[in-house]
Design a protein around this ligand. Structure first.
Ligand code: NAD
Length: 404
């Protein structure tokens, strides 16, 4: 992340101010996180800075992941919490936005120290967390085990069970089915809607990144009969003109820890420049620069990764009439199934996979239809339309509460 990460958010808000004709009070509210909690927490005898930012709670309890990573700071956490507020609003789930993190290199910590860090995070912020306050989830270098330790610590402090205080838990502790593939599946549901609207037949797809998001997207798209002609991971990129056999590709990745070795090896630059209908960045942020954007021939970009396109490249892609399905909708399947997990926890009634899949499809399709309508109404790019839609919803809730 760049040092002035939150500056990007402030610039975005200024851009939207002009589009939506926002007044100064509304702009100030959007630019200001409601609560910033900070603590120094211990693990293995060392101290690490920890954060929890609750950006906006007008639409419900706040929701957002906790990451353990070297570059975590207040600025980055604020920006991520702002985007969570927009993501929950755009997909229409009754949450505000939050984010948390600890500045630590998790690879230097033993399992016992990671447990200590997770428990101490909850000890530091327990009074601000809870199923009706703020609900964390996994993020970079945190996982279902981290959530289990955090839940256990929270329940010890509160002296009662509270499975709905955190999502992304193991199934045995109240986690939800489908959560593991939810991000990819949600992205595929919205992609299918746009493919229908544009009447693209037999789409050819390119995927950058072959981890949780990219691999599952390839699997789901392959099962739908779509042609995946190129994929990549941190080791390199591979191309198969007639489309990969996805099961063979996944087997190869599992056995060799890389996709490289099947199909023809190409460079990362070649991958972005391929003749295709859909490009899915599913790896890192800021990978599509103006130089890369110049070469892209896809009709649609589905942002499964968070922030894969730099702002200058965004404008260029819009000029080239390439439709970008923005991250705040494209990867919102994850938080949507987290919401389903929370409903199951607070009602104590657990759902089977078909029920969750059908609810996810309904939620993503509805969110897409509403966004597409706004996109056509505004005549701007889909990211701007998503920001406008989300901010309208947040400000409406703020007005109803009498806060603006
Ligand atoms: P992951 O760690 O499981 O996978 C990342 C993949 O990217 C790996 O296959 C890695 O090899 C690949 N990669 C790394 N550097 C690369 C490079 N230079 N070129 C090509 N590939 C490269 O992570 P993930 O959970 O799949 O997340 C990927 C993106 O999706 C991130 O931006 C994340 O924020 C976003 N996202 C994920 C979820 C989720 O539920 N997993 C939810 C929302 C957003």
């Amino acid at each position: 992340m760049t040092e002035n990460y939150f500056d990007g958010v402030l610039k975005n808000i200024e851009k939207i101010k002009a589009v939506m004709n926002l007044n100064d009070q509304e702009v100030e509210l959007l630019k200001t996180p409601q609560r910033i909690h900070q603590a120094n927490i211990q693990a293995g005898g060392k101290s690490y800075p920890a954060y929890r930012v609750q950006y906006n709670d007008a639409r419900g309890p706040t929701k957002g992941g906790i990451r353990f990573f070297n570059d975590v700071d207040e600025d980055e956490t604020k920006a991520l919490a702002f985007w969570m507020s927009l993501k929950c609003a755009v997909v229409g789930i009754p949450y505000g936005g939050a984010k948390g993190g600890v500045r630590v290199n998790p690879k230097e910590l033993s399992e016992a120290e990671l447990e200590e860090l997770s428990r101490n995070y909850v000890k530091a912020f327990s009074e601000h967390l809870g199923p009706w306050k703020d609900i964390p989830a996994p993020d970079v270098y945190t996982n279902a085990q981290t959530m289990a330790w955090m839940l256990d610590e929270f329940e010890k402090i509160k002296k009662q069970k509270a499975p709905g205080m955190i999502t992304g838990k193991p199934l045995e502790l109240g986690g939800s089915l489908v959560r593991d593939i939810a991000t990819a599946q949600g992205g595929v549901f919205v992609l299918q809607e746009l493919i229908k609207k544009l009447d693209i037949q037999d789409p050819k797809i390119v995927i950058q990144g072959f981890g949780n998001a990219g691999l599952n997207a390839a699997q789901i798209l392959g099962d739908l009969g779509y042609k995946i002609i190129a994929v990549s991971d941190s080791q390199g990129a591979v191309y198969q003109e007639n489309g990969f056999d996805i099961s063979a590709l996944i087997k190869h990745k599992q056995e060799n820890k890389t996709v490289v070795g099947l199909g023809k090896q190409i460079t990362n630059e070649d991958l972005f420049a391929l003749e295709c209908d859909v490009l899915i960045p599913a790896a890192l942020g800021s990978v599509i620069t103006p130089k890369i954007a110049e070469t892209i021939k896809a009709k649609i970009i589905l942002e499964l990764a968070n922030g894969p396109i730099v702002p200058e490249a965004d404008d260029l892609l819009h000029q080239k009439a390439i439709i970008v399905i923005p991250d705040i909708l494209a990867n919102a399947g994850g938080v949507t199934v987290s919401y389903f997990e929370w409903i199951q926890n607070i009602t104590g009634h657990y759902w089977e996979k078909p029920e969750i899949m059908s609810k996810l499809k309904k939620a993503m399709t509805k969110a897409f239809d509403e966004l597409y309508h706004k996109y056509q109404e505004l005549g701007k790019d889909m990211r701007t339309a998503a920001y406008v839609l989300a901010i309208e919803r947040i400000l409406k809730a703020e007005r109803l509460r009498g806060r603006v």
